[in-house]
Design a protein around this ligand. Structure first.
Ligand code: PLP
Length: 393
């Protein structure tokens, strides 16, 4: 049976070049980067190269790049770290602004800190398009606001957020105020497709993940602008200049550096992916009645298709496609497995029934037109059959 992978927002297949760059560090080049001998120096040089690769991509100084164990950890470090640094400066209960559609790696951290009484939080609503309004950020600022954390692109509906507009507004506002408000963006889903020049975006903190960019799992990056104060969330050695102690995972760091360098080489794929995405969206909406696209069509990542199918449950569609060799997802990988409807779709104003009937197809650089033709061929029959037996009918 042919296997078609359309779940690239959940994770991506490792690139051959990335794997080959990593392999020596899982074999003979096993040194600890803190050791002073030859083995250690080789590992240290490998980290430095990866740090420079990330810095070239983000257009920052290589000392502004910190390696972590995942994007979840980078998000936690950004939020906890900024909150504790603010408390250290005497702001007893800092205020954080975020959106209702953040990934749980941000949303759950903010909710946790709010529940423990350590912070005040504002969760910005989004409209039908799934896009945060800059005015809403502006209106939510309080005297004790220390951090705005808004994702660059939503992982379920691919909605692109106006990060540069928020960043540039904050830059001007910060010039006149005593408390400097930091801007963090979770750019995990954006990195393959959008400009991540941190200067242009005006961000102070930016998160990315290795396994969404054809690199290894268990590898994250946090960009921290020079001068931004963050308190560490784990304590130990001096690694990553004390901000993220623990012996470095050299192979994963090499992999993430190489994967980032490859993005610069593979930008040409974007147009191809966008064409395939449009073919899939238009093909489904035209040939299957009772379907709608969730999220904005315009402000949308080139690889994301999120469709609600009336009268059918997303899980049944996922299983039926799986039987035919097509891998997709209902909502986010973290949320699937739970039978709760997607909080992102609900935030867009989607009904519970529509949210239950949604499927996310996310394309990647290895997909071909043949893959899309195959899905468009089998999907109408699957939906027709499932609708006949659906209790939602
Ligand atoms: N942020 C976003 C937007 C994501 O899509 C994901 C993964 O699904 C994460 C954070 C978490 O990334 P990681 O698996 O590296 O912890």
């Amino acid at each position: 049976m042919q296997k078609i992978y359309l779940d690239n927002a959940a994770t991506t297949k490792i690139d051959k070049k990335v794997f080959e760059a990593m392999a020596p560090y899982l074999k003979g080049d096993f040194g600890n980067a803190s050791s002073l001998h030859w083995f250690g120096q080789k590992a240290h040089e490998a980290i430095t190269k990866a740090r420079q690769q990330a810095a070239d991509f983000l257009n920052c100084n290589f000392l502004e790049v910190y390696f972590t164990g995942s994007a979840t950890e980078s998000d936690n470090l950004a939020i906890f770290g900024a909150m504790r640094a603010a408390q250290k400066k005497g702001i007893a209960k800092p205020h954080i602004i975020t959106s209702a559609i953040e990934h749980p790696a941000v949303l759950e951290v903010v909710k946790h800190l709010e529940k423990t009484g350590e912070i005040e939080a504002t969760y910005l609503a989004v409209g039908k398009e799934g896009v945060v309004k800059v005015e809403d950020v502006q209106k939510s600022i309080k005297e004790n606001t220390v951090l705005v954390s808004i994702m660059y692109v939503n992982n379920e509906i691919g909605a692109i957020q106006p990060i540069a507009a928020i960043g540039n507004w904050l830059k001007i506002k910060n010039q006149k105020s005593k408390i400097k408000i930091l801007l963090h963006t979770d750019a995990v889903q954006a990195v393959n497709y959008l400009d991540c020049n941190v200067g242009k975006l005006g961000v102070d903190l930016l998160t990315l993940s290795g396994h969404k960019i054809y690199g290894p799992k268990g590898a994250g990056v946090l960009y921290k602008r020079k001068g931004v104060e963050l308190e560490p969330i784990i304590f130990g050695g001096h690694q990553e200049r004390g901000l993220r102690p623990g012996t470095e995972n050299i192979a994963a760091i090499v992999g993430v550096g190489e994967a980032i360098a490859e993005i610069l080489n593979s930008k040409l794929q974007i147009l191809k992916i966008k064409k395939l995405r449009d073919k899939l969206i238009d093909g489904i909406l035209k040939n299957i009645p009772g379907t709608n696209l969730n999220g904005s069509r315009e402000s949308r990542l080139p690889n994301n298709v999120n469709i609600s199918f009336d009268g059918v449950e997303g899980e049944s569609i996922l299983m039926a496609l799986n039987e035919k060799g097509v891998a997709v997802s209902t909502g986010s990988a973290c949320a699937s497995g739970s039978l709760e409807p997607s909080y992102v779709l609900l935030a867009l104003g989607c009904s519970v029934v529509k949210a239950h009937g949604s499927i996310r197809f996310t394309l990647g650089k290895y997909n071909t037109e043949k893959d899309i033709n195959y899905v468009l061929k089998i999907l109408p029959g699957i939906i027709e059959r499932l609708r006949k037996i659906s209790p939602l009918k």
